[in-house]
Design a protein around this ligand. Sequence first.
Ligand SMILES: [Zn+2]
Length: 425
Amino acid sequence: MSLSSVGLYLSAVNQTVAYVLEKSTFYKRKYSNLQSLEFKNLPFTEKNELLLDQEQNPPLGSNLCVDPAKLIRIHRTSGSSGRPLFLALSKQDVDTTTEVGRDCFTSAGLTPNDVVFHCLNYCLWIGGYTDHQSLERTGATVIPFGTGNSIHLIESILHLKPTAIHCTPSYLSRLEFLLKNEFAKKPRDLGLAKGLFGGEGGLDNSTFRQSLEEKWGMSVINANYGVSDVLSMIGSECGARVGLHFIAEKYLYPELIDPATLTHMPMAQGAVGELVLTNLKKEAQPLVRFRTRDLIEIVSTDACTCGRTSFRFRVVGRTDDLIVVKGVNFFPSSIVSIVAAFLEAINGEFQVRVGQNRPIETFAILLEARTHLSAASVEATRAAIHHQIHSKLFVNPTIILVPEGSLEKSVDGKTKKVVWEESRE
Ligand SMILES: [Zn+2]
């Protein structure tokens, strides 16, 4: 970020602060006892506060800054981390949201010559209808398919011969299964050239991405990173595919903080911290210093070969999972790339177990070993994984290999990444 853009940002964030102090009962109350209203000293806005506020001030909460007659749309967050939050948008908010969404999809390579099947849920969620509008604004032809009815989707793709699909990466395995069993066809037979993805991690794993590209014969692009509380889409890869560009520079002020100490961190290459966002021009429900809980790594702050100058980042985990061990920050997701080197011996499922004693002195990582493994291989794998984690992440966990399928699963069928055990005292 150049000095001149820092100056522009300061004036823009101060305008946002002035706006919420005039229009938002929520922020008037939140800031009422502060000694200083200097931006860098303002308290963070937490998701829990917004949820509680909306419950106490139904239906849309006390942060609604416009006359309800000015609203043209209401969405809802997915509520995957608890109760859902209702998101209200004015016409101006819809325009800016879809402008940034358009720029994200354009960065990802979508053009007016493309025909794209949009396969995200249209019901309430901001990724359905709003992303549809963003796709349309690129000039591409958009087919509003939504989710479910996958047989009909394959028939429609075979008939209309689109160039692109926008969906979650995990949906591809469902389509592959149906193509094989119901159509006797392979993924490549659909003739798709561009796969635009969002909503899930996984694409940073280059082996996974390459296997998708080979199987489907299309370029696989991470096209859609968003924080729906502030803006539906804010980041996308470009053709260079070296991290997500921060596309929302005109409408969001980004900050990086250490999630353990909540102190400010410089946006420098290699920095890993929690992304904090402030809306610059939102009318209906602007947020100031909102903690996204997304842990990001700054990949580069240099100008990109595509010509964009915004910083590039990748999402490496959620800060809710942060474990501080003897003063070292440890994120369970940080072992994913390490265990990926051992997939001959283990299946990639793992679980971190932490005792209830504070401060945390030690913890265990359980990994599922493949069934064919000999006792000697189990020990060699265990020792090698321990060495890698100790030398790369500066923590010293106990590594335990357990039989395949034995780790506890949550209701959605996923292995619980972190388990906080009862105190053994
Ligand atoms: Zn680029």
